[in-house]
Design a protein around this ligand. Structure first.
Ligand code: COA
Length: 172
């Protein structure tokens, strides 16, 4: 995968489907250990079959997942995944996770993906995203603050934040 050229990258998002399993596995293998740690909070050398089942068995209602793609030489290349998993017993709130492959971090894909995921989730009746992230993860904190959220709790290097999707929809 190549870094984008001088012009601004063009992104699109589409729902994740079961046949994305191989793509997901391949992309995971190519991630840096730092990116894996920031996403999963452990070194996580590989995804087990049950984990791949869970990550690809989405219903787009209680478990919403979007693949973000970038236009590269006329083709859409998958560069990240965003997920919103509704909390059991709290249908207005979903747990949020985002992942952009190393080569495309810091180019706006994360913000784009979060906005798309928020729109889709809001239309499914979700009102809040709850996210847990490592305190050292300044990029994600920057994005959350950009959309009006304030880290709500702080325990042993782990932060929690709640995003109001109605506010997020207004963000630029
Ligand atoms: C966190 C992540 C999803 C963000 O996606 P991204 O495409 O890299 O982010 P964007 O380019 O859209 O935005 C990053 C913003 O953070 C800012 N940022 C990046 N590094 C930063 C730092 N060290 N300190 C402060 N701000 C920082 C950027 O300037 C940018 O803000 P701007 O648009 O106002 O300039 C992505 O980097 C990633 O997948 N990281 C590894 C996994 C992870 O951390 N997942 C989140 C936990 S679930």
């Amino acid at each position: 995968m190549h870094m984008h050229n001088d012009s601004a990258p063009i992104y699109s998002a589409r729902p994740l489907v079961q046949s994305d399993r191989e793509m997901l596995e391949r992309r995971f293998e190519a991630l840096s250990s730092e990116t894996r740690r920031l996403r999963f909070f452990t070194l996580k050398p590989r995804l087990r079959a049950q984990e791949l089942d869970y990550l690809t068995n989405v219903d787009q209602a209680n478990h919403i997942a979007l693949v973000v793609c970038v236009l590269e030489e006329g083709d859409w290349a998958e560069i990240g995944i965003g997920r919103a998993v509704r909390l059991p017993g709290r249908p207005d709130t979903a747990d949020l996770s985002l992942l952009i492959v190393d080569e495309y971090q810091g180019c706006g894909a994360g913000k784009f993906l979060l906005k798309q995921l928020a729109q889709l989730s809001a239309s499914a009746g979700i009102r809040y995203f709850q996210a847990t992230y490592l305190a050292e993860n300044l990029a994600i904190e920057h994005i959350f603050r950009h959309f009006g959220a304030t880290p709500a709790e702080f325990t042993q290097g782990v932060c929690e934040v709640v995003l109001d999707l109605r506010r997020l929809a207004c963000g630029e």
